[in-house]
Design a protein around this ligand. Sequence first.
Ligand code: NAG
Ligand code: NAG
Length: 296
Amino acid sequence: MAINLIGIILSFSLVIFLQSFHQVEEGTIGLYWRGGALLKGYDEPGLHLKLPFITRAENIPILVQTEYVTNISCGTSGGALLKFERVEVVNRLKKELVWETVKNYSTKYSEIWIHNIITQEINDFCSLHTLEEVFISLFDTIDDKIRDSLEHDLNNWAPGIEIISVRVTKPLIPVDVASNYEKIELKKLEIKIEEQLQKISQTNFETSKIVAKIQAEEKKEVSQIQMQKQIAEIESQKIISEIEDETTSQRIPNLKLYSPQFLTLKMIEGIPKDSEVHYGPNVKNIFKLKIEEKQN
Ligand SMILES: *[C@@H]1O[C@H](CO)[C@@H](O)[C@H](O)[C@H]1NC(C)=O
Ligand SMILES: *[C@@H]1O[C@H](CO)[C@@H](O)[C@H](O)[C@H]1NC(C)=O
């Protein structure tokens, strides 16, 4: 009987002893509640004393962690039903705001702020866009768009939660439900692609037309230049032959000047006017005499 009582007292003491300590793990901080109310302050990692049974303790992570929001259904503006299997939200609680965040939103803060906002943002995004946009043309913008909206909301309402990145995996299209809408939207997509291709070939056509025009103009210019060159050549040829003509026509009278008759005439003109002219076999002597007279 006494042994039993001692045993009970010992085990009760052990439970009380264990209940008086709380261990705060690395990467977390310890918060305490008494009678349902959050107590002021927090504890750093290590072993801490608390009131047994009356005080409840919980460790809140302050390292970077990833929240997964899964199976988000949404309808596109065209009516197709999509399912986003997973959205990853990498986030961190700011240490100095942990207490306030838990005070405001309890330890379920990430449920309230991350899960709910992500679900709502994905739904808003889908309802504003077509299947083609959600699935293809706007898909690579969705991460940033959702992160921006999330950050905006958190800054206003829960500044203790810091978003590091958001990653949205490609949505699934439930075959049974949406096949019809999908067909319609795929048809639209095909038409869009067809339009783009037409635009491209139209552009190519226009481009080749412009190129041809430029080439024709170039050709015209080239032939004009060549023609001008030819004209210039002909003209210079003409000038050259004209000059040549002139020189030859000047040479001809010169040649005429030296005809025997002309030379004889010049010789006769060269004889002084007052001299006597003698003709006959003794002409030589007469010249001799004249020269002797002049010397005397
Ligand atoms: C998401 O949906 C799939 C199929 O509908 C299911 O197998 C999976 O367990 C769901 N995941 C979660 C986390 O609910
Ligand atoms: C807590 O709530 C108050 C009032 O709604 C708000 O002004 C404050 O920014 C919130 N703080 C955090 C850390 O969530």
